[in-house]
Design a binder for this molecule. Structure first.
Ligand SMILES: *Cc1c(COP(=O)(O)O)cnc(C)c1O
Length: 473
């Protein structure tokens, strides 16, 4: 850079340029100083751009290919919702700007639409993630019992619940009581009855659970729990399997959360902002985080409840994510939302049926948005990790592996609602090819990946000896 700059100043082509006092010059000199100190290499701009463009092409994302990560819902989120969330009327608002009617109106109506979709009476949009919603919901449950003067210290959760559930239970200061699933992958009602006592504050269920299975006995479960004076919490992160068909509130759910960054048009993962709104039944609404948004004489305003658990997030939560959810729900309408769950369930069952002859399917029943295969019985020492690595050779992002823990060598596959039949068929073809390789040429799978930029990494070494410091020799 320095070389080019100096030459041009001298007028390399015989053109003499006037000395100008351009402010940019000072900035450049500063960066030259920094560069000298860091001893960075001399490269031209075009080489730098090509280098980073090449690196960026090594990334894999929802826009580059199929991404069947179970429990994560990496789907096509219409780009138009990104555009809407960037309207200047939204992004130029400052959170300290008092009573911005447009933003409050959007949030108020989004809450109302989520109530309608879920059969709940009130929602808060504050929590920033699914796990944050769980913590908020459990704090509400705690406040509910302490307001009644009751001490209840235990939360029951099945072994098929999402991993964040027991973590949130502990974080909120409750004791986790784990119950086993039965051979259909559902809550074992007998076991539930045994542990339901006067110390149980709530039962926390992931629906559909991490096996992708819906609790068929949900009405009996919620009745048993309510008869015990306890509440029902539903982890609704994967509502894309139920939209328009099931309202959790109608099943007896008292508290639940959604993941807007799974179901409602914000990409999941990558460290971007998310939102885990929490919905409650009327009796619990006074415990929701402050402030809530109310409509008085055509004015949207804040209202604080003296029984509230307090604020759980600075300002109002992830507002841009709310705009995308609002725009997504309005664009799809109630019929569109039903189609979402129809396609999510159809796609998952299609893959499950086509693959179950080649791989072990421990819970063989109608699934919802995802299903779980096992590496049980595979010959030649091939395990789930090898299959995941071999998928990379075929340009497919692996499924979620080794979760849930109740399946040996779990391969958790979620095609989601937006993948075409061609994409699903290609995935099936590749999985079947890999199955043949496992029998006839196992080293291809055991040594995979072979045509990626880096070969198989030493994951244990990376975890144990994490060293991210760059030292120039
Ligand atoms: C993703 C997920 C969560 C956690 O959501 P985060 O936003 O990652 O905290 C909780 N429960 C279920 C069922 C999930 O799929």
């Amino acid at each position: 850079m320095k070389l080019i700059f100096e030459k041009s100043r001298e007028g390399r082509c015989g053109v003499s340029l006037p000395e100008l006092d351009v402010p940019l010059r000072k900035g450049l000199l500063d960066s030259e100083l920094v560069r000298d100190e860091l001893d960075l290499p001399e490269v031209s701009e075009v080489d730098v751009i090509r280098h980073y463009t090449k690196l960026s092409c090594r990334n894999f994302g929802v826009d580059s290919g199929f991404y069947p990560l179970g429990s994560c819902t990496m789907k096509y989120n219409p780009k138009v919702n990104e555009d809407v969330s960037r309207y200047s009327g939204f992004i130029d608002c400052h959170p300290l700007q008092p009573y911005n009617q447009g933003c409050l109106k959007l949030m108020y109506h989004l809450e109302k639409m989520l109530c309608e979709i879920c059969g709940m009476d009130a929602f808060t949009l504050q929590p920033a993630a699914g796990a944050h919603g769980e913590l908020t919901g459990l704090m509400i449950i705690k406040a509910y019992f302490s307001d009644k003067g009751e001490i209840r210290s235990k939360i029951i959760t099945p072994d098929s619940s999402h991993g964040t559930n027991p973590a949130s239970i502990s974080m909120c200061g409750f004791e986790t009581v784990q119950i086993n699933s039965d051979d259909k992958g559902q809550v074992d009602i007998g076991e539930l009855k045994e542990v339901l006592d006067s110390n149980v504050a709530a039962v926390m269920l992931t629906i559909p659970n991490t096996l992708g299975i819906f609790e068929e006995d949900i009405l009996e479960i919620t009745r048993l729990v309510h008869d015990n004076g306890s509440l029902v919490y539903m982890d609704g992160a994967n509502m894309n399997a139920l939209l328009g068909y099931v309202k959790p509130g109608d099943m007896g759910v008292d508290v639940m959360h959604l993941n807007l960054h799974k179901t409602f048009s914000t990409p999941h993962g990558g460290g971007g902002p998310g939102a885990g709104p929490v919905g409650v039944k009327r009796d619990l609404s006074k415990f929701l985080p402050n402030p809530s948004i109310v409509l008085n004489d055509d004015i949207y305003e804040f209202s604080n409840s003296s029984k509230s658990i307090g604020k759980v997030r600075a300002f109002y939560g992830s507002f841009g994510v709310m705009v995308k959810a609002f725009s997504y729900i309005r664009a799809l309408g109630s019929e569109g939302l039903r189609k979402v769950s129809e396609n999510a369930v159809l796609n998952a069952n299609y893959l499950k049926e086509r693959l179950k002859g080649d791989y072990n399917l421990p819970y063989d029943s109608l699934c919802k948005h995802e299903f779980v295969l096992s590496d049980e019985g595979l010959p030649n020492g091939v395990a789930t990790l090898d299959i995941a690595k071999r998928l990379l050779d075929y340009g497919i992002h692996p499924m979620t592996v080794y979760f849930p823990l109740i399946v040996k060598g779990a391969m958790m596959i979620e095609p989601n609602e937006t993948e075409s039949k061609e994409t699903l068929d290609n995935f099936v073809d590749v999985m079947k090819k890999i199955r043949v390789e496992i029998d006839n040429n196992p080293s291809l799978v055991l040594e995979a990946p072979s045509n990626t930029v880096v070969k198989r990494l030493d994951a244990v070494k990376a975890a144990r000896e994490l060293n991210l410091t760059y030292k120039r020799e």
